[in-house]
Design a protein around this ligand. Structure first.
Ligand SMILES: [Zn+2]
Length: 93
């Protein structure tokens, strides 16, 4: 599988570290039920089939975090965006 890093271009997936599901939102640690929410956030995961968004870290390249749209069945990459561009776009991180 090759991941199109916005800085480096298409690179082998071995250069990247998978960091997890990019569709989850980190719970508010100040919430009264924060402990339960963090338990669910960390341990209660689904195994998505099909189109999915994931965080990848280009450890052997530019060392940027990249949000990748990937089909989990075919490993087809639908696109990649730098995490900092996602953060400044107003999209939930
Ligand atoms: Zn890169």
């Amino acid at each position: 599988m090759r991941i199109p890093c916005p800085y480096c271009g298409a690179r082998d997936a071995h250069e990247f570290a998978y960091l997890g599901d990019a569709t989850l939102t980190r719970p508010d640690p100040a919430a009264p039920d924060a402990e339960g929410r963090f338990f669910d956030y960390v341990y209660q995961r689904t195994n998505p089939v099909g189109a999915h968004e994931e965080w990848w870290y280009h450890a052997q390249g530019c060392r940027q975090w990249v949000k990748v749209a990937r089909d989990t069945r075919t490993h087809a990459i639908g696109g990649a965006t730098l995490a900092r561009d996602v953060a400044t776009s107003g999209e939930p991180v």
